[in-house]
Design a binder for this molecule. Structure first.
Ligand code: NAP
Length: 305
């Protein structure tokens, strides 16, 4: 399979791709499956615009946000590590994204840059689809709650009215004020085995929003012996292969999912914002599964979930 090109800031400075009007910006971004689902939908809708990957380093973000509308882009998604760093670069922020404290979708219109967040609403749909439960009825533990995605997911859980919210982060200081903000149902704890062992017995749903699991050498952020078989385990990582956390959950007999469904739902919500009308979800799902299937058959490993 030939990998589509990954563009960079230098390409943006002298843009010669008039059909590319949407993109995902990240660092790293070469692994992103977003172009596969968005391009499948744009093609099915018989629209001429296409979606690409842009590898933008943190110190290039401000210039990229300035150049994108000049180059003709209508909207972009933001992934690791740009979701909170982009906030000071925006002209407007959607009230939902403001509450979530992070932005994963930009709209360029009328010389204005507006930020939205579709990760929050996307996780509610993904958990419903994967496990048949509502986030509001769950006691939730979020690993990586100090990151852009984790913070948005935690705040969405609070907005939904989840029964209990345990925020977990490697750097505890990044989640202490969030816990206070989310109210008495939320606590902040460090990402340490003893803290996990204390809190997991009173949890129904674990969501991993750390980047631990993206690299092949990564270990599970929770050791298998701490995962009870009754837990629902959702890993937002969607590398296409079984993530280390999923392997640990499988070892314990716990139901689990990778983050493809979150990618699908947040992507569909972003495309709806850009186009202003409903988008073909099943076409996007097929685009994603084809991309991931091709990748996993190339590497010889399948997602066995
Ligand atoms: P981010 O803002 O950079 O946050 C990264 C998070 O990971 C932070 O909480 C960070 O903790 C933690 N972390 C990084 N390295 C760690 C390590 N070695 N040990 C423990 N914790 C570590 O990134 P993001 O944009 O929120 O993305 C986070 C993850 O969510 C990524 O894996 C991304 O693929 C996934 N995601 C998936 C979807 C989807 O559609 N499926 C959507 C959004 C995000 P510190 O605060 O201590 O640094």
């Amino acid at each position: 399979m030939s990998e589509p090109k990954c563009y960079c800031l230098n390409d943006l400075r002298d843009w010669h791709e008039p059909s590319l009007r949407y993109a995902v910006l990240g660092d790293p971004v070469a692994h992103s499956a977003s172009p596969a689902m968005h391009n499948a939908a744009l093609e099915a809708l018989k629209l001429p615009e296409r979606y690409c990957r842009l590898w933008i380093h943190p110190d290039e973000l401000a210039e990229a946000v300035r150049l994108l509308p000049e180059a003709g882009f209508r909207g972009v998604n933001l992934t690791i590590p740009h979701k909170t760093d982009v906030l000071p670069l925006l002209d407007r922020i959607d009230p939902g994204a403001k509450k979530l404290g992070a932005v994963n979708t930009l709209v360029f219109q009328d010389n204005t840059v507006t930020g939205h967040n579709t990760d929050g609403p996307g996780i509610v749909r993904a958990i419903r689809e994967e496990f048949g439960v509502e986030v509001k009825n769950q006691r939730v533990l979020i690993l990586g709650a100090g990151g852009g995605a984790g913070r948005a997911i935690a705040t969405q859980c609070a907005l939904e009215g989840s029964l209990k919210i345990v925020l977990v982060n490697r750097s505890l200081e990044k989640i202490e004020s969030l816990a206070r903000q989310l109210g008495p149902g939320a606590v902040a704890v460090p990402l340490l085995p003893e803290a996990l062992a204390e809190h997991l017995p009173s949890i129904d749903l674990v969501i991993n929003a750390t980047s631990v699991g993206m690299k092949s050498e990564d270990h599970s952020p929770i050791p298998a012996h701490l995962i009870e078989s009754r837990l629902l385990v959702y890993d937002t990582i969607y590398a296409g292969l079984v993530t280390p956390l999923q392997m640990a959950a499988n070892e314990s007999g716990a139901r689990n999912s990778n983050g493809l469904s979150l990618l699908l739902h947040q992507g569909a919500l972003s495309l709806e914002i850009w186009l202003g009308h409903p988008v073909p979800l099943e076409v996007m799902r097929r685009g994603l599964l084809d991309f991931v299937g091709a990748k996993s058959s190339l590497s010889g490993k399948k997602n066995t979930r």
